[in-house]
Design a protein around this ligand. Structure first.
Ligand SMILES: [Zn+2]
Length: 303
């Protein structure tokens, strides 16, 4: 519980800092056109952290209205709304969130209560714990949830939601647009770096590689992958990330079994990361720490 409070304080501080920074500079959200009826509003402009507006957002224009996958940070609300309207002046009719985090759900409340909100059932439970969805804002909690798989719409407008297990959180949805051969991964595949493992929201570094392996085995016919926070990629990049998270886990497990410190394990994991082309290692130590904490928690529970 203490840990959860501490994490909340850090997130809050980060949010305030980001709000101030955002007010000082003009907000710009870039977009990438993937198809006539599907755009990605990017997480940030590569190389410019001041433009971090939250996760990548999918904007899918259907006959009935606009479907959004994720909604960025609340502090970017006006810019985000205008950006969505610049793509289509149809109403937003559905919002799918890949997971609970505030940089993916921050503007769920900006499009009215007639929007249909859809998330994994565990993400709904995680959202209900957030201040952003308490009191009056509880009206914006999703009413439609799924456990393993859910198909929305049909034909060219079909959207398939999948859940393969714990990883970044315990409610990470993969969102597939079969007619476009496009998939959004949320933060289960956010970047080419150590994964963020949000244990208070059910994340698991031990389950992470298995979850990705199930996704890679099940998901076919995808040409374009939209990661949580990186430029567009391919399915081969998801397959590589699965291998990377498996090797990261094994490196941490082996180091821990040998009685080595988190620092030593992180050094080994950073050295291992260098084998993967184009990977950063800024987040590797935090990933290793989370895996150690998880293994310790399991050991304590089994004692
Ligand atoms: Zn996240």
């Amino acid at each position: 519980m203490k840990r959860r409070l501490a994490l909340g304080a850090i997130v809050l501080t980060g949010g305030v800092a980001m709000t101030v920074a955002a007010q000082q500079r003009a907000q710009v959200i870039d977009s990438v056109k993937v198809a006539d009826n599907y755009y990605v509003l990017t997480s940030s402009t590569p190389g410019n952290n001041d433009t971090f507006s939250g996760g990548n957002v999918g904007v899918f224009v259907t006959n009935a209205g606009v479907v959004l996958v994720d909604t960025k940070l609340a502090a970017w609300g006006d810019t985000f709304l205008n950006r969505v309207r610049s793509i289509s002046n149809k109403p937003v009719t559905m919002i799918i969130n890949t997971h609970t985090h505030a940089d993916h759900t921050g503007n769920n409340d900006k499009f009215g209560t007639n929007v249909e909100f859809v998330v994994h059932q565990n993400t709904k439970a995680n959202m209900a714990k957030m201040d952003a969805f308490k009191g009056d804002k509880a009206a914006f909690l999703p009413k439609r949830t799924f456990s393993d798989r859910l198909t929305l719409g049909r034909g060219a407008e079909q959207i398939d939601l999948y859940y393969f297990g714990r990883g970044h959180t315990d409610g990470d949805a993969f969102v597939v647009f079969p007619s476009l051969r496009v998939m959004q991964t949320g933060d289960l595949f956010a970047w080419k770096d150590g994964p963020r493992i949000d244990r208070p929201n059910g994340g698991s570094g031990v389950q992470y590689p298995q979850t990705l392996a199930k996704a890679v085995a099940a998901l076919k016919n995808i040409d374009t992958v939209v990661p949580g926070h990186s430029p567009l990629m391919k399915m081969a990049d998801v397959q590589e990330y699965q291998r990377y998270t498996a090797e990261l886990l094994k490196t941490a497990q082996d180091a821990k079994a040998a009685g080595r410190s988190v620092d030593d394990a992180a050094s080994a994991a950073i050295a291992m990361t260098q084998k993967y082309r184009g990977y950063a290692s800024e987040r590797v130590k935090a990933s290793v720490q989370d895996i150690y904490d998880e293994l310790n928690a399991v050991a304590t529970a089994n004692r």
